[in-house]
Design a protein around this ligand. Structure first.
Ligand SMILES: [Ca+2]
Length: 190
């Protein structure tokens, strides 16, 4: 009986830690599930999409699916519509260097931009350091967009790998599209 109780505690602790931060590798980093399993989002108009009818319009860098954010001409409320993001939590260790990256494609970029952000969080879940990639500010085919290698500061317990879309001002005429695929979180290669 005593052994059984101990087992239950171990199982509970394991479940809790995997909920708090996935271990190193990202879940559903290529969106091949066709949904946002493993990801959390904020802001408007996130969808997974294949759209393979024409190479020019594909939404997948690898496999058949990618994650798309649509910035629509009707998104005119800067309070509600300005920021959109998708992210997931991973385990990270203080003193170790990491990078976060994704392949980003953009179309009809107009007054929008996108980037990858890496946040380091402490035990309480507070962001104690963050770093960003270069910003995608004009139309491009899938391009590897990555943060500088960054050392996790003292007190780091986890990291958030984030894809961010920023509406600088309302778009006119056509929607702007920022498409993400194949996120990575890893130690930089030396
Ligand atoms: Ca994919």
């Amino acid at each position: 009986m005593k052994k059984l109780c101990w087992m239950a505690i171990v199982v509970a602790a394991t479940t809790l830690s995997s909920w708090a931060a996935q271990d190193h590798s990202l879940t559903n980093a290529s969106f091949e599930s066709g949904n946002f399993d493993g990801w959390q989002m904020f802001g408007k108009h996130w969808r997974t999409s294949a759209n393979m009818a024409n190479e020019k319009y594909t939404d997948a860098h690898s496999g058949t699916m990618g994650a798309v954010n649509d910035v629509m001409p009707v998104d005119t409320d800067m309070m509600q519509d300005e920021w959109r993001g998708l992210f997931q939590s991973v385990r990270a260790k203080a003193g170790k260097e990491y990078i976060a990256g994704a392949w980003i494609k953009s179309m009809n970029t107009s007054s929008t931009e996108s980037y990858v952000e890496l946040q380091f969080l402490d035990k309480a879940g507070q962001v104690i350091k963050f770093v960003q990639s270069d910003f995608v500010t004009s139309d491009q085919d899938f391009t590897w967009v990555v943060t500088p290698p960054t050392e996790a500061p003292q007190g780091t317990e986890s990291a958030n790998v984030r894809g961010i879309v920023h509406m600088i001002g309302p778009v006119t005429n056509d929607p702007a599209y920022h498409i993400f695929d194949d996120f990575e979180f890893k130690r930089p290669e030396k």
